[in-house]
Design a binder for this molecule. Structure first.
Ligand code: SF4
Length: 317
């Protein structure tokens, strides 16, 4: 599955399953229990993005107050642009690989490389432009070049992995039809759309990757932060509410592009009671802030990497 190695995943799942047997997730904290607290949202009309709740840079949730009550957006930054651009590249690579398999399966991995690798540079710059459009702001020339070159490298890496996965699949199943090959060689779903409205979340969430193990994955491009597991809790609750199936496992995939070949660190975890409760508490607290319109104030110390740092500490608000 491109950057998720099947054998490695299987080993990690064995460990996680054992942990889950020891600490099973409570039924009352499953997304399908949306008709009763603590899952039931305080309002069905006020909905949140998972990232909005889970990106807990700010302990007091002042970021929610700034965005929702005062309408202040965090100033666009290099890191934000990089994150958006990398996600665009992953989406483009998976789409291109799948399309190639449907259109030209017999050319195999070599054909895929010949067809897609020449696109890497333009994909990199396209991704930067999309990120700039999403943020409504343009990066400086040096930053644009840096992000675009990282994006091209990531695209090339994914295409090379896709070519190898394609050849492995064709060699094992020489008579497989394109649809079966796509299923075997490429992650089954990327950017899985989920309606989270039953649990107080947006009606059109996007989960980065949804694997056959009923596990979800979220891809991060920045530093490791302690609040990252909250994202998985939000998506697990939304998926459970929509599908009625348990989502017990999650992965946070950290992508680093400091060298020519990107590196991936995978953090597997159980989406258990503790992180679900924490996510729901943030959701309900955010609701209280918005309905009361009160400023929750600053925490005792603001992390300098908070996206609102320049706003709160620079005297903006
Ligand atoms: S700068 Fe401080 S108060 Fe403002 S959102 Fe960030 S952590 Fe909260």
């Amino acid at each position: 599955m491109l950057f998720l190695d099947r054998a490695d995943m299987d080993k990690r799942f064995r460990v996680l399953r054992q942990e889950l047997v020891e600490r099973p997730t409570s039924n009352e904290l499953r997304g399908w229990s949306y008709e009763a607290p603590p899952i039931k949202p305080l309002s069905t009309s006020l909905r949140f993005g998972v990232g909005e709740l889970a990106s807990r840079y700010c302990e007091t949730l002042r970021d929610i107050y700034l965005r929702r009550i005062l309408g202040v957006k965090p100033p666009p930054s290099f890191k934000m642009a990089r994150g958006i651009a990398f996600h665009e590249v992953m989406k483009a690579a998976l789409f291109d690989i799948k399309r190639f398999i449907y259109e030209d399966l017999s050319s195999g991995g070599k054909g895929l490389l010949a067809s897609l690798l020449p696109r890497s540079e333009s994909i990199g710059f396209d991704a930067v432009e999309r990120a700039e459009a999403a943020l409504g702001s343009r990066l400086g020339e040096e930053d644009r070049r840096l992000v675009a070159s990282g994006c091209s490298n990531l695209y090339e890496f994914l295409v090379i992995q896709g070519a190898a996965a394609l050849d492995r699949t064709l060699s094992k199943y020489p008579h497989a039809e394109p649809d079966s090959v796509v299923n075997a060689a490429v992650p089954p779903v990327s950017e899985r759309k989920v309606d989270g409205s039953l649990v107080g979340l947006s009606g059109e969430l996007s989960v980065d990757i949804y694997t056959p193990y009923n596990a979800i994955a979220d891809v991060k491009t920045g530093e490791v932060r302690s609040f990252h597991p909250l994202t998985l809790a939000g998506y697990a609750l939304a998926l459970e509410s929509e599908e009625g199936i348990p989502v017990d496992f999650g992965f946070i995939i950290y992508v680093k592009l400091e060298k020519r070949v990107p590196s991936f660190t995978i953090k597997p975890l159980i989406v258990g009671d503790e992180v679900r409760r924490e996510f729901l508490e943030v959701r309900d607290e955010a609701y209280q802030i918005i309905t009361s319109g009160r400023d929750p104030g600053k925490p005792s110390r603001c992390p300098s990497f908070c996206p609102y740092y320049a706003v709160c500490e620079g005297g903006g608000v």
